[in-house]
Ligand binder design. Structure first.
Ligand code: TMP
Length: 254
């Protein structure tokens, strides 16, 4: 029995009331959904892996001065986060054509894009998270022009960081989705990176084999999702701290 107050339950995570005001606990479930729940499965251990991988990424984002909601991991499935007001947008950054961009514009998957492209989707399950323009965002008041600028600046910094992080472990970052929230500190508000960044929300291809190491394994019925996520965690050096293979992970230059 969990006696904590549940604030929100999404498709892959639950938010509980945190131990102090202004904090929440983000719990990673094993549920995998795609195409807005039309496809659903439970994959034992996925939540544990995403918790660890997302922790790894958010700790590094914090350490290079990119503000996030992340405070610390609490246990195998949970992390302590700051309570933010989620902006109802999915910010997608694309480096290589794939998925809905390839379908929409008829560009072959795997084609390097001339530059990184940022897209916004309105977070609304009933509408299947439709692609929207900045005009819609400001007209309907989902975010202000200044907030859009802040989110785009954060998205570019996160993309640069993630591209390098994954390149160092033989993985090509095709695209990813992130979410932002408004963090209030007294009268001051700033936009921070929120939610999670994990193989559920990125497209990650092995550089050599082009094998997919992300949720497309589930969306496209390729099988081996857990093994792929484990491989990402192993290469990041976060699965078995004692068995970290020398030379294969990113090296922190002091
Ligand atoms: P897309 O090609 O389906 O638009 O997806 C772009 C990226 O965003 C891909 O890395 C998967 C991620 N994504 C999510 O994390 N959640 C979603 O609901 C969708 C549609 C995409």
């Amino acid at each position: 029995m969990n006696r904590r107050r549940r604030i929100y339950e999404g498709k892959a995570k639950i938010l509980y009331e945190g131990p102090e005001p202004g904090t929440l606990i983000q719990h990673f479930k094993d549920d995998a959904t795609a195409f807005n729940k039309k496809k659903h499965d439970v994959i034992d251990g996925k939540g544990v892996l995403n918790n660890r991988i997302s922790e790894h990424i958010f700790v590094h984002l914090n350490s290079i001065g990119i503000p996030t909601h992340f405070i610390r991991r609490m246990n195998m499935r949970e992390q302590l986060i700051r309570e933010v007001e989620i902006i109802p947008l999915e910010i997608v950054v694309r480096n290589v054509a794939a998925g809905s961009l390839s379908k929409r514009l008829g560009i072959e998957e795997g084609t390097q894009l001339p530059r990184s492209i940022i897209e916004f989707n309105y977070k609304n399950d009933d509408l299947d998270d439709p692609l929207v323009a900045e005009e819609h965002i400001t007209a309907f008041g989902w975010a202000s022009p200044q907030e859009i600028d802040d989110m785009m600046a954060l998205a570019i910094r996160v993309n640069d960081f993630l591209t390098g992080l994954f390149l160092g472990i033989g993985i090509r970052l095709i695209d990813f989705k992130m979410e932002c929230g408004r963090l209030w500190e007294g009268d001051m508000m700033r936009i921070v990176v929120a939610d999670e960044i994990s193989p559920d929300s990125c497209r990650l291809w092995d550089i050599e084999s082009e094998d997919k190491l992300d949720k497309d394994r589930f969306r496209r019925d390729l099988g081996g999702l857990l093994e792929a996520y484990q491989e990402v965690a192993r290469r990041l050096g976060i699965m078995n701290e004692n068995e970290r293979p020398r030379g294969s992970g990113p090296v922190l230059v002091q």
